[in-house]
Design a protein around this ligand. Structure first.
Ligand code: SF4
Length: 421
């Protein structure tokens, strides 16, 4: 039987697809969707737009005669998708994917299983299209954010064992991967379910692994970063750890943050950013902002706007609020779409200007970069030691020094990027 996998959503879902692919490849032929009899949809339910798109996709595949197996967050959060699908596995039942495919079973049980996905590293089958290996370090979180549906899909925090994570990292490096992306719903919470925050320790152990490679630390919540700040910055001093933090702030207004149940203040966010910038002058800061949260008004939106102007993040992921079923925020009166559109456009414009201004400072400078992904027109996407995106040329997995010739708000361009080979 030929099986295809379609992956939606976050870095953790991509890591789950590596496990799905590895398990299924033992019994089935992994193929493209066009040739497949069965399609596994590894779904995402974070916003309504994506959920609607996936529902349409399931109907489309069914109409073309294919069998659909639902995996990912919607297996737990979308009754409609579950009913439409022929089979399903929830994220904490991933190891049962072959059984679901073979017997058209829907394996989505009540409660949460303690599945250590790092333990499954040997079964993982990663795509060889880049030099990046995604390594999940935990599943679920300790948060209760009012707008978030992910916690209903991923459950309470279950941290994977350090030993298994280290084995997975070593295994990926032995296979030739050069960039390790550590991911979870909140890397800052790693270990809390085992008694203490273990991220700094994990980073130190990974940094002790011999070899020339880089580690990207995935999204962490500001209050978790703040409560281990000194240790975390010390662990980041290793050259192997990209000087990059992804710190979702979501709003620049403390009342809105309180209503979102985010457990930190704008000042906490600023404290973490300041401490990292004092330690690493070329830090790359990525953050997330939700525009149009129901209790937001013009004044609180402007506080977010002013916060971006003040903090000058390099990357800002802007999401328009959409009420998610079963979340407390879904019971609130939603803000008109046209207003969200105006706010998100205004903020996008500002953040792109900030991104361009930040990147303009690299022109003429030389930088050591790691080549990680193929780009367009036979270029390659590389990363500086602060995870800045650089367009260049060369071999995947190679480290090289480039001179920055130009920039956009999103990436830098090396002077050899468009040299003919
Ligand atoms: S920390 Fe908050 S936003 Fe993140 S997964 Fe948990 S509940 Fe959702």
């Amino acid at each position: 039987m030929r099986v295809a996998i379609e992956t939606y959503g976050c870095t953790m879902n991509q890591a789950d697809s590596d496990i799905i692919r590895g398990i299924l490849a033992k019994e089935f032929e992994i193929s493209d969707v066009s040739d497949a009899e069965v399609v596994v949809i590894n779904s995402c339910s974070v916003i309504d737009f994506t959920e609607r798109k996936i529902i349409r996709r399931i109907k489309e595949l069914k109409a073309s005669g294919k069998k659909v197996v639902l995996a990912g967050c919607m297996a737990r959060t979308s009754k409609e998708a579950l009913e439409l699908s022929d089979a399903a596995v929830s994220p904490d039942n991933l190891e049962k994917i072959a059984e679901a495919v073979k017997n058209s079973k829907k394996i989505v049980h009540i409660g949460w299983k303690n599945l250590d996905k790092a333990e499954m590293h040997e079964v993982k089958c990663r795509l060889k299209e880049n030099a990046i290996a995604i390594v999940s370090i935990s599943e679920g979180c300790v948060g209760e954010c009012s707008y978030c549906i992910t916690r209903f899909a991923r459950g309470p925090l279950r941290s994977f064992s350090i030993d298994n994570i280290l084995k997975e990292v070593k295994g990926a490096l032995d296979m030739g991967y050069k960039e390790i992306q550590l991911t979870s719903q909140d890397t800052g919470a790693y270990g809390i379910d085992k008694g203490y925050q273990m991220l700094p320790k994990l980073l130190k152990y990974i940094s002790e692994i011999p070899g020339n490679f880089r580690v990207r630390v995935g999204m962490m919540n500001p209050h978790h970063a703040k409560s281990m700040l000194e240790e975390l910055i010390e662990a980041y001093e290793s050259e192997k750890i990209y000087k990059f933090i992804h710190l979702p702030v979501q709003s620049g207004d403390n009342d809105v943050l309180k209503h979102m149940r985010r457990n930190y203040s704008v000042e906490d966010f600023i404290d973490v950013v300041r401490a990292f910038r004092e330690a690493f002058d070329d830090l790359t800061l990525s953050t997330d902002v939700i525009v149009g949260y129901p209790t937001e008004n013009e004044e609180s939106f402007m506080k977010t706007y002013e916060l971006m102007k003040r903090v000058k993040p390099d990357i800002v992921n802007i999401t328009r609020f959409s009420p998610r079923p079963g979340t407390p925020a879904a019971n609130l009166k939603d803000i008109p779409g046209w207003k969200k559109k105006i706010w998100s456009r205004k903020l996008t414009e500002l953040c792109r200007n900030i991104g361009a201004e930040n990147n303009s400072k690299f022109v003429g400078k030389k930088s050591l970069v790691l080549l990680t992904e193929y780009g367009k027109n036979s270029t390659v996407l590389a990363r500086t030691n602060s995870y800045k995106a650089v367009i260049t040329k060369g071999k995947l997995g190679e480290f090289k020094v480039v001179k920055i010739k130009s920039f956009t708000y999103a990436y830098l361009v090396a002077d050899d990027a468009y040299e003919s080979l």
